[in-house]
Design a protein around this ligand. Structure first.
Ligand SMILES: Nc1ncnc2c1ncn2[C@@H]1O[C@H](COP(=O)(O)OP(=O)(O)OP(=O)(O)O)[C@@H](O)[C@H]1O
Ligand SMILES: [Mg+2]
Length: 291
């Protein structure tokens, strides 16, 4: 966990002038301190030559990238560019879609997750997902969290109590719900429901949390809480999030991947992507010229 949180004002954000001036200054050798990206460290997931087709539609084109462990990576790009498709390939959620063909490899913890020997239920326990719209089960707050651990064989009440409390605390919602654990999760606010869904993902002790526009339906205060939570979560988890919110990517992501028409155009630190993109298409996108 880093001690200083980035704010939009720390990074020259998506302004044509700042992008151009830093790029031009660097190209002209005018900066005293050349831009040096931080070292990546260990990869949580290694993607190599990944292609995906929905029928005849080639939705991911030869994507290769290492996603860093215990960091937040943001996936950005215009609608339909393949962000959700890519995210879902990381825990085989696309297996559920008919007529999908996937080639290439996705390596996690020493295995290719597409190897026929992989237990997909176990994989999704270790690589959890939180969706755009909160989807609590129609049951109590307690049972929502205990659901996954019960499926994985935990029956002991004291153990389940402990998991429920730890998960709700981990998702920064314990104090708000501790006195109504037996009431329906459907009575919570949208922001609370989304944190409940994060707690539900945490309950099965994943290594990686995938988030697909998980704050896009929330008000700024709830969004802020989830952003703070993500910064806290990366002490123990790897977070990979799709976002359409460039400010959010700047605020909380360490790394950023820009997709266009199924291609991973550029991957780098968020500082680099937003202040000195290497590819013209990335620059056009982050400066708001299209998308
Ligand atoms: N189940 C599906 N069957 C067929 N085509 C699909 C399916 N899901 C996505 N696609 C197509 O694949 C492409 C990538 O879609 P994807 O949902 O990954 O985009 P995205 O970047 O997440 O977009 P958005 O920002 O709108 O969520 C699009 O052309 C989309 O129409
Ligand atoms: Mg999407």
């Amino acid at each position: 966990m880093k001690t200083t949180q980035k704010t939009a004002s720390d990074i020259p954000m998506a302004g044509k002038r700042s992008v151009m001036s830093s790029a031009i200054a660097a190209a002209a050798g005018l900066t005293d301190t050349p831009f040096e990206p931080p070292v990546m460290g260990e990869a949580a997931i290694e993607v190599n030559g990944l292609n995906l087709w929905y029928g005849d539609h080639h939705a991911l084109k030869d994507v290769s990238v290492n996603l860093p462990k215990n960091q937040i990576t943001a996936l950005i790009g215009p609608s339909g560019c393949g962000k959700s498709t890519f995210l879902k390939t990381l825990n085989r959620m696309n297996d559920l879609v008919p007529d999908v063909k996937i080639t290439g490899s996705v390596r996690f913890d020493g295995m290719d997750i597409y190897d026929p020997s992989v237990d997909v239920t176990d994989l999704r326990k270790r690589i959890g997902m939180v969706f755009q719209k909160a989807n609590p089960f129609p049951m109590s707050i307690y049972d929502n969290i205990a659901y996954g651990p019960r499926i994985h064989g935990i029956r002991n009440k004291a153990k389940l109590d402990e998991i429920v409390e730890r998960s709700l605390r981990g998702a920064a919602i314990w104090d708000e719900v501790k006195d109504r654990l037996k009431t329906s999760a459907l009575g919570m606010s949208g922001g609370q429901q989304q944190r409940l869904c994060i707690a539900r993902a945490l309950a099965v002790e994943p290594d990686i949390i995938l988030m697909d526009e998980s704050t896009s339906a929330l008000d700024p205060i709830s969004t802020g809480k989830i952003e703070e939570l993500c910064l806290e979560l990366k002490k123990n988890y790897t977070v990979i999030m799709v976002t359409h919110n460039m400010q959010q990517a700047v605020r909380i992501s360490d790394w950023c991947a820009f997709f266009l028409l199924g291609e991973l155009v550029e991957f780098g630190t968020s500082e680099q992507i937003f202040s000195m993109p290497k590819d013209k298409r990335t620059e056009d996108y982050v400066t708001g010229r299209f998308g």
